[in-house]
Design a protein around this ligand. Structure first.
Ligand SMILES: Nc1ncnc2c1ncn2[C@@H]1O[C@H](COP(=O)(O)OP(=O)(O)O)[C@@H](O)[C@H]1O
Ligand SMILES: [Mg+2]
Length: 203
């Protein structure tokens, strides 16, 4: 586990500039801060350029709807290396509902990825199940295309990186990690706390 991203001086400046300081922090991960953006929206401030780029380019109903793209809004030092901070206003999503279809679909995907390691093979194995929604397979192929576009990312398909709409539709939120950012976070954790789990590297 990598600890949640820290709120340093550079992040505070961005929060001030974009009026996020007064908004409620509703989610926090190792790479992102998520702020309340009203009833149907959130602001996501992230250092993970890969998920940001994928969200901008992906199409179809299994990715979050982007309400506004602010682009690069600042910089953050991770393990003494500067990285960009990206900001988006996006659709507000819900956690996967226990016993719901979206949760079962996310489990099928994450289990296939851990078993077959390569995303392309994992998707092909899921395709054998003719009842699995074609629209989700299409979304997964988009992630796969984006992943092979460059070696500079890590596949990060675990259950916490899937969410759902109120309607129950599965949403893929951040399936890839920017590899240099991830590396810097892991090195920083190791330097400061002596250890950090690392996700399996998948080419
Ligand atoms: N669109 C969203 N709507 C509501 N909550 C969200 C949304 N995106 C992320 N979150 C919340 O913020 C937390 C961190 O987001 P995540 O995308 O997983 O960040 P990281 O890039 O650090 O992995 C998630 O666990 C989730 O609870
Ligand atoms: Mg995540």
């Amino acid at each position: 586990m990598i600890r949640a991203i820290r709120l340093g001086a550079s992040v505070n400046r961005v929060l001030n500039d974009y009026g996020l300081k007064d908004k409620a922090l509703i989610g926090r991960g190792a790479f992102s801060l998520v702020y309340d953006g009203g009833k149907a929206s959130v602001y996501k401030l992230t250092v993970d350029g890969y998920s940001y780029g994928l969200m901008k380019n992906a199409t179809g109903r299994h990715f979050p709807k982007i309400r506004r793209d602010y682009g690069i809004v600042g910089e953050i030092a991770i393990n003494n290396i500067q990285h960009h901070l990206y900001l988006m206003k996006m659709e507000r999503l819900q956690k996967l509902q226990a016993g719901g279809n979206a949760r079962l679909q996310a489990m099928t995907i994450t289990q296939s990825v851990s078993k077959y390691v390569r995303l392309s093979l994992a998707i092909q194995m899921i395709e054998h199940d003719k009842t699995f929604p074609k629209s989700i397979l299409q979304a997964l192929w988009q992630v796969q295309q984006y992943q092979v576009f460059s070696q500079e990312n890590v596949l990060d398909m675990h259950m916490a990186n899937f969410m759902q709409r109120e309607s129950g539709t599965l949403i893929i939120t951040d399936p890839l990690l920017d590899r240099p950012v991830w590396r810097a976070r892991v090195d920083e954790e190791r330097r400061k706390y002596g250890n950090a789990d690392t996700p399996a590297l998948i080419a």
